[in-house]
Design a protein around this ligand. Sequence first.
Ligand code: GUN
Length: 307
Amino acid sequence: MTSSIVKPSGKQALLIDGKAASAVAIERVAREAASLPFKPGLAVVLVGEDPASQVYVKSKGKAAQACGFHSVQHDLPATTGEPELIALVRRLNADPAIHGILVQLPLPVGIDTQKVLLTVAPEKDVDGFHPVNVGLLATGAVERALIPCTPAGALLLIEEAARFLGRDLAGAEAVIVGRSNIVGKPMANLLLAQNATVTIAHSRTRDLPAVARRADILVAAVGKPEMIRGDWIKPGALVIDVGINRVPAQGLNAEGQRKTRLVGDVAFDEALDVAGAITPVPGGVGPMTIAMLMSNTLRAAKLARGG
Ligand code: GUN
């Protein structure tokens, strides 16, 4: 599958097209789901009216339908109490038509996120956030764990680009900038399982540019627009940009408000002249997250029926 690797004219870096890779992955899930004697079921729970969360949840529902899944969405008001949310998760745990449960984050203040995530049955935890799945991944039981969708998608893009470039992940220097539970830590465990030499760097790392420059594989997951500059990148490195940051742009929109645009954690134009391959924002890791959610739901559904 090389259709997702593109060479922009006059630039050093190859572009890794996450949209194309995601479409291929979703098609594969849909094909496999169609061959099952039952429909995989995905329940997405949204509490409150965060606009970004509403957009993400809508995309997840659309992808689930494209895969032919039984797809349900529970929209709860921002005033929902923790006991009510936990009761819903318990009902979904007990529902045999539901194989995957996703509680969209962030939850409104006043709700203990960790408590809610602990309530999701580990075998339905398609986000891979439950400590059972975190522990399976951390102990190298990658085959048994449900793996968080964003790092799982990033790994697929890394594998594809490495294959295209004829590089081995074993022994490669991987530097992950960002130590979140959702991306940085699981990404590190996934790359370790591929025998890369892994460093997790973060806001307290001394001489971050020098650490980043060691990387054959550089994963940026800090949530700071264009923080990683071109001269932080080792020539030829594979750069995976997980950041999605909305920043002010030139001009006004139809409502007279300042336009905005999405940028990653990497200064993309600078990186294009140095990297060996890079994911764009938007259209890189983002679409892969949704594809991996579909893949996790299919896996959970098959496991529920005995594999
Ligand atoms: N909010 C932002 N990213 C995610 C994600 O991957 N899963 C959930 N549940 N919420 C999110």
